[in-house]
Design a protein around this ligand. Structure first.
Ligand code: TXA
Ligand code: MG
Length: 316
């Protein structure tokens, strides 16, 4: 099977029908493209794991269109989650709740919790609405590889595994959703992402931050080595690295001289723009033939935390 890439608006009806009948559809969202299936259909969900070669211990995010659908998949929506939902949904914040009986164990890797988000993307929302079911969707890439921010990235990586790819151009945030767990006594941030820690703390006060897999069995998918480009190795740069003619360099805002290829994430030093370009830049470099990739970290603030997290994981 080779999947077709179609303009998102034109493919919506077919995509909804595929989802209803147990198919796999690559879906644009505001963060990265997702690989979606009916969250209530264990067989369809199992084909997501198979397509991505994803270990079954790594649970999926369930995408909903409204709070009625949220109620179907959760056992309880605590007050702190309501405050987060009011401020950030629809949008790139994933919240971990207690799960309902309706969610099959394969979605949550057997956990009693379920990760849910309401995307702020008109195609994703419309698709969930037309399919009439919550959509389980991890990022649409082979496990451990770069996340896709364009339909072409999905087509290059997973074409033979997906029934249909809905193309809506580049995603706007370019990094995955932020994940926060509200099931414990203290809200805990599990993954830095498109919604900033600063904005979350402005809304609900101080949260715990537990984003490393080694210290955090609750986020089984947060493996230290992830988001890996094929051009290996990726090294984080020290101040005084001598330029290498055969290597690619990822700069935050100022291009250094002497490297084989330089990608500047944001000439104006804008972290939001840098995040939006990060995976595209890594995909570009993968297409070149370089001995290595060197990358600068960006300021550790706002969405910069998500950029640095992805760069560190890509380098480990
Ligand atoms: O922006 C995004 O979140 C994208 C788009 C497609 O929505 N999705 C995405 O999914 O990044 P994925 O599968 O690449 O990452 C999901 C992460 C994994 O690290 C997984 O371990 C974590 O969510 N996760 C899922 N369910 C969880 C749960 N019940 N408790 C803790 N972590 C969970
Ligand atoms: Mg992923």
């Amino acid at each position: 099977m080779t999947s077709r890439v179609v303009a998102a608006t034109e493919g919506l009806d077919e995509a909804a029908s595929l989802i209803k009948h147990g198919g796999l559809v690559a879906i644009p969202t505001e963060t990265v493209y997702g690989l979606g299936a009916n969250a209530f259909d264990p067989k369809a969900v199992s084909s997501i794991f198979h397509a991505k070669r994803r270990p079954e211990f790594d649970p999926l995010i369930v995408h909903v269109v409204d709070t009625d659908m949220l109620a179907l998949v959760t056992s309880d929506v605590p007050e702190v989650a309501k405050a987060l939902i009011d401020r950030f949904w629809p949008g790139p914040l994933t919240i971990v709740f207690g799960k309902s009986e309706a969610v099959p164990p394969i979605v949550t890797s057997g956990l009693e919790t379920v990760a849910v988000r309401m995307p702020s993307h008109r195609i994703a929302l419309e698709l969930i609405k037309r399919a009439g079911v919550p959509i389980a969707a991890p990022s649409a890439n082979t496990f451990g590889q770069l996340s896709p921010t364009r339909a072409e990235h999905v087509a290059e990586d997973l074409s033979s595994e997906v029934d249909l790819i809905l193309d809506d151009g580049s995603t706007s945030f370019g990094v995955e959703s932020t994940i926060i767990d509200v099931t414990g006594p203290m809200p805990t941030l599990l993954r830095f992402g498109a919604v900033t820690l600063e904005d979350i703390e402005e809304t609900i006060g101080t949260v715990l931050v537990s984003t490393s897999s080694s210290s955090n069995p609750k986020a089984p998918g947060q493996l230290d080595s992830h988001y890996a480009p094929k051009t290996m190795p990726l090294r984080l740069i020290n101040d005084s690295e001598p330029a290498i003619e055969t290597a690619a360099y990822i700069a935050f805002s100022n291009a250094p001289k002497g490297w084989g290829h330089v990608e500047v994430l944001s000439p104006t030093g804008d972290l939001v723009e840098a995040a939006a370009r990060l995976f595209q830049v890594l995909h570009n470099i993968d297409r070149g033939n370089f001995s290595a990739v060197y990358a600068e970290l960006v300021p550790e603030e706002g969405i910069g935390r998500a950029i640095n997290d992805r760069l560190k994981r890509a380098s480990s």
